[in-house]
Design a protein. Structure first.
Length: 149
């Protein structure tokens, strides 16, 4: 059986790319693992099989992105971690809350991004100098620029 061609994600049209990738991963019987992950408490044979499947899924995901996108998932060791990063950065996440306060005395805005992820909580507070250009930008653009995305 011939392997399906893997679509390459270039940083645009995440929704279309993710649909294609989900189909490939389902075809390879890997999607459940990507979506749910696995635990080290699984039975030994089951754990070995899951680790092998997870590595296969991670290979597919890594091959399916350009270098500029790959750098964001390069340190991830499971397919679930890599997929979650791509999903959060390119699709967005309903659990991301952006709060902006403008301190007119100091002439800068503080953008607070709160990301709730399962049991963990990350809080990032950024001060952005205010000028005519930043006042015209959408908040997601300001956040992306500030975070180096």
């Amino acid at each position: 059986m011939e392997q399906p061609l893997i679509p390459v994600f270039k940083g645009e049209s995440y929704e279309l790319w993710s649909i294609r990738m989900k189909t490939i991963l389902k075809f390879q019987d890997l999607w459940d693992l990507v979506e749910r992950g696995y635990t080290d408490s699984d039975e030994e044979n089951w754990l070995r099989d899951n680790k092998k499947k997870d590595a296969k899924a991670l290979v597919f995901i890594q091959q399916a992105v350009r270098d500029n996108v790959f750098s964001r998932i390069a340190t991830k060791t499971t397919s679930k971690q890599a997929w979650s990063i791509l999903q959060r950065e390119f699709q967005g996440d309903s659990k991301v809350i952006v709060q902006v306060e403008v301190d007119e005395k100091e002439d800068f805005a503080v953008v607070e991004v709160v990301v709730m992820e399962e049991a963990e909580e990350e809080i990032l507070v950024i001060g952005i100098p205010m000028n005519k250009e930043t006042q015209k930008m959408a908040f997601n653009v300001i956040i992306a620029i500030t975070m180096g995305i």
